[in-house]
Design a protein around this ligand. Structure first.
Ligand SMILES: [Zn+2]
Length: 101
């Protein structure tokens, strides 16, 4: 059961002005590459970082070294929740049988 995902992440920087333009992400070598601009927004798949341009000066971008990241998936958190003994309400006291039944 895969409860942990690994991916690689790298800064994307402009060759001309040195500005940090965004972040690149991939699941490993040879997997599709995703890019997100520094302003945020959605990850979008890109063929190569060399196809992107710096929004400020139009310069070419380059990838920094990829750094390996590990993250628990949302499912992992759910499983952990389910495994944990439930806290909260103590057992209900016995109910006094009602007279009017
Ligand atoms: Zn630039």
């Amino acid at each position: 059961m895969a409860t942990m995902i690994t991916y690689e992440i790298a800064d994307v920087t402009c060759m001309l002005c040195g500005r940090l333009c965004g972040t690149a992400k991939r699941e490993g070598q040879g997997t599709p590459l995703y890019f997100r601009s520094r302003e945020g927004g959605e990850w979008r798949q890109v063929r190569a970082i060399s196809g992107l341009r710096c929004p400020s000066c139009g310069g070419s971008l380059y990838l920094d070294e990829f750094e390996l990241k590990r993250e628990f998936t949302a499912e992992a958190f759910l499983e952990e929740d389910a495994a944990r003994p439930r806290r909260g309400r103590p057992p209900r006291p016995f109910r006094i049988p009602s007279q009017a039944a």
